[in-house]
Design a protein around this ligand. Sequence first.
Ligand SMILES: C[S@@+](CC[C@H](N)C(=O)[O-])C[C@H]1O[C@@H](n2cnc3c(N)ncnc32)[C@H](O)[C@@H]1O
Length: 201
Amino acid sequence: MTGEHYFTAQPGSAARERDVEFRIGARDYVLRAATGVFSADRLDPGTAVLLRKADLPGPDAAGPFLDLGCGYGPITCVLATTAPRAVVWAVDVNARARELAAGNTDRLGVAGRVRVADPDGVPADVRFAEIWSNPPIHVGKAELHGMLGRWLPRLAPGGVAWLVVGKNLGGDSLHRWLADQGWQVTRRASQKGFRVLRVNA
Ligand SMILES: C[S@@+](CC[C@H](N)C(=O)[O-])C[C@H]1O[C@@H](n2cnc3c(N)ncnc32)[C@H](O)[C@@H]1O
C-alpha cells in the first residue's frame, strides 16, 4: 500500500484480491481479502489470538453483536457461524473492507443476519450483547479512545466486549485507560505478544 493506510475511507489503489484461509474451532474458513484492507495476506495474528482465547458465542446466542473495525470480515464470519441465530453488525470506515465483508458473509450463507455498515450507518437505538474488536491502533490514541468511547457505552446491560491489542502497541496502557474510564477490565489472555481484554458493561 503505497502511502495509503488500511483505514483509508476509499482505497484508491486497484484491489488485488486473494484468499485468506484459517481454522477456528472445528471450522475452516476461506475468505476473500484485497490490497487496501488490513492484513489481506493472512489472518492477522492478533485476530487469531482473539478468536482462539475469547469466549465465542454459543449456538443459542441471540446477539446482536458488533464487529468494530471489521476489515474483510474474519471476526464477523466466525461470530455469524458460531452463533447461527444472532445478528452481527460489521462496521468499518473503509469502503473496500465493507464490500469484502459483505461478499464473504454472502458466500458463507450468513449475509441475511449480517448488517455491514459504516459507523454512522448503525441506528442509534441498537445495543450490543457483545462487541468484538481488533481495534485500529495506528489511527492514534485520541481517535482510538474516541472510537471506544463511542461504542462501548452501547453495550447492553450485562454485555461484554472482547478486544485484542499488541503489548508493544499499547495493550497495557489501553487496559489502564479503560479502567480509568470506569470499565471493569480483565486480561483474559496474553499470547504471542497480544493481550486479550474482556470489558464488562
Ligand atoms: C486492526 S484492523 C482489524 C480488521 C479486521 N477486524 C481483522 O481482524 O482483520 C482495524 C480496522 O478498523 C477500521 N477502522 C479504523 N477507524 C475506524 C473507526 N473509526 N470506526 C470503525 N472502524 C475503523 C480499519 O479500517 C480496519 O479495517
